[in-house]
Write a protein that binds this ligand. Structure first.
Ligand code: 6U4
Length: 230
């Protein structure tokens, strides 16, 4: 059985807001949920009754506090994310915008920040972003990609970080040694935390096309483009 065989898909959005003059892109640090601790564009699940574009505009406002006029939000392609032994693929509709309205603000899910095109933190982003984001920045959309992910073995997905905690300790004089000069000394203890490096998944393969003649609207369950935007 093909470990990447799909029987269903979820429709997601991903919005990249850019400033062409300053050569900057607005990314958000995901504080929780899917892709937590990674920088990414803004987006999420498309809700019932919504078009992908409506969902993209809603998520952008929820996660970054800004709005884009619908006619200024351009479809840049579709990426299909497939996970080993998961029959549900993520059909992610990618959008780009070069102007926005409103004040950028942090929310409980995302911390937005502008990055120079030259300083995009790819080592703290989904691995596939290295493949397609540079193409998007160079205007080589529409894009279409299929990215295959395997779950990382635990020892590869975790980075151990040792944190030294230094706390004042006051020795308690024992009855036998009392009286003594009671002094305050410092001691340190270490503990280990686990942090995913670049997420819990490793990209195992990808298939990617750029400069498509039209914008894909939907991907079929066999991973091919089912239809294009008019
Ligand atoms: N491999 C990948 N590369 C990438 O660049 N973006 C990805 C990605 N896989 C998922 N995403 C994006 C798509 C979408 O914008 C976001 C996931 O959105 P979700 O709404 O599913 O996340 P949450 O777990 O926060 O869901 P909610 O509970 O709806 O808030 O991550």
């Amino acid at each position: 059985m093909d470990p990447f065989h799909l029987t269903a898909k979820k429709v997601l959005t991903l919005v990249m807001v850019m400033d062409k003059d300053q050569q900057k892109i607005l990314l958000g640090y995901k504080k929780r949920g899917f892709g937590a601790h990674l920088w990414n564009g803004f987006g999420g699940k498309v809700e019932p009754g919504e078009t992908p574009k409506e969902g993209a505009l809603r998520e952008l406002e929820e996660e970054a506090g800004i709005t884009v006029k619908p006619e200024k939000l351009y479809k840049a392609g579709i990426l299909l994310f497939l996970f080993e032994n998961d029959p549900v693929g993520l059909e992610t509709h990618v959008y780009k915008a070069f102007e926005h309205e409103g004040q950028i603000r942090e929310c409980d899910e995302m911390r937005p920040q502008w990055f120079n095109f030259a300083d995009i933190p790819f080592d703290q982003m989904w691995e596939d972003d290295r493949v397609w984001l540079p193409k998007l920045l160079q205007g080589q959309d529409p894009l279409f990609g299929k990215m295959y992910f395997k779950r990382k073995p635990l020892d590869e997905s975790v980075e151990t970080e040792t944190i030294a905690v230094t706390a004042p300790v006051t020795p308690v004089p024992s009855a036998t040694s009392f009286p003594v000069n009671v002094s305050t000394t410092m001691t340190s203890t270490s503990f280990t935390t686990t942090q995913p490096i670049n997420g819990p998944f490793a990209m195992s393969d990808y298939k990617f096309e750029q400069n498509l003649p039209a914008v894909p609207r939907e991907i079929a369950l066999d991973g091919t483009i089912a239809s294009f935007e008019n």
